[in-house]
Design a protein around this ligand. Structure first.
Ligand code: ADP
Ligand code: ADP
Ligand code: ZN
Length: 224
């Protein structure tokens, strides 16, 4: 089973993808996180990505597509993936569909997660992420028990370089122009599930689980 999560920055894609990964055999693949890893490691790809990420612009399609397609056919993705933050353009969506088809696979469901703009902005500027295990926290909505320290692994929490108000506003614009059109594309394909991203994190997870028709123990289905 392959699930795509689409939604504006701050909608809760990363949070919900992690929750789904816990409940299923699906592997959570986050394009933004892959870039941040390269940026931390100061690879050539990381240096290039930083020039886009820090401005809130999309990294060029060919670079993102190569990186993601290389990742999702690795053995640890054999039961399927939850794609978080990819595809973000029509070109990326087309490349994904082509590649899955070549591997006799498909997208099984697309979740469109959304929340009002003021909530998105507050979630983005309040976000803190664990340097070690990448768990997201929020200084307004879900603070860690101890300031600056991950509840789960004790790692340091940091604020992403692109999570400031100015870049966040720009990312929302970029989302509306370049990514939002994908929603109609997936609706037309009959794959779209709209999920309200507002409310308690667990409540939102329950909505997703219901939409996907999976329950606690599932799925053991082979990837289709
Ligand atoms: P995205 O991956 O879509 O940008 P995240 O999952 O990283 O979003 O969430 C953005 C921020 O909002 C994080 O700080 C996260 O802890 C917080 N958050 C996510 N879901 C909720 C929710 N349902 N209620 C309150 N805060 C949330
Ligand atoms: P969020 O979900 O909060 O918007 P992400 O972690 O998904 O943040 O993405 C952070 C940044 O990484 C984006 O603003 C963009 O610069 C880059 N990025 C991530 N995914 C893609 C993608 N599919 N295409 C182009 N750029 C991407
Ligand atoms: Zn941690």
């Amino acid at each position: 089973m392959n699930v795509v999560l689409v939604g504006p920055p701050g909608a809760g894609k990363g949070t919900q993808a992690a929750a789904l990964e816990e409940k299923t055999k699906l592997k959570h693949i986050a394009s933004g996180e892959l870039f941040r890893q390269h940026m931390r490691d100061e690879t050539e790809l990381g240096k290039l990505a930083r020039t886009y990420v820090d401005r809130g612009e999309l990294v060029p399609d060919d670079i993102v597509i190569t990186m993601i397609l290389e990742r999702i056919f690795q053995p640890d993705c054999e039961h399927g993936v939850i794609l978080d933050g990819f595809p973000r353009t029509k070109e990326q969506a087309a490349a994904l569909e082509r590649a899955l088809e070549e591997h006799q696979q498909k997208i099984d469901a697309v979740i469109f997660l959304n929340a009002p703009r003021d909530v998105l902005l507050k979630r983005i500027v309040g976000r803190q992420t664990c340097r070690n295990c990448q768990t997201p926290y929020n200084i307004y909505y879900s603070p860690p028990r101890e300031e600056g320290v991950c509840d789960l692994c004790g790692g340091d929490l940091y604020t992403r370089s692109d999570d400031n108000m100015e870049t966040a506003r720009h990312r929302l614009e970029v989302y509306l122009q370049q990514t939002a059109p994908l929603i109609e594309h997936y609706r037309a394909l009959g794959l779209l599930h709209e999920v309200d991203g507002l409310g308690d994190i667990h409540e939102v997870t329950a909505r997703l689980v219901r939409e996907l028709g999976i329950n606690g123990e599932l799925p053991h289905q082979p990837r289709t």
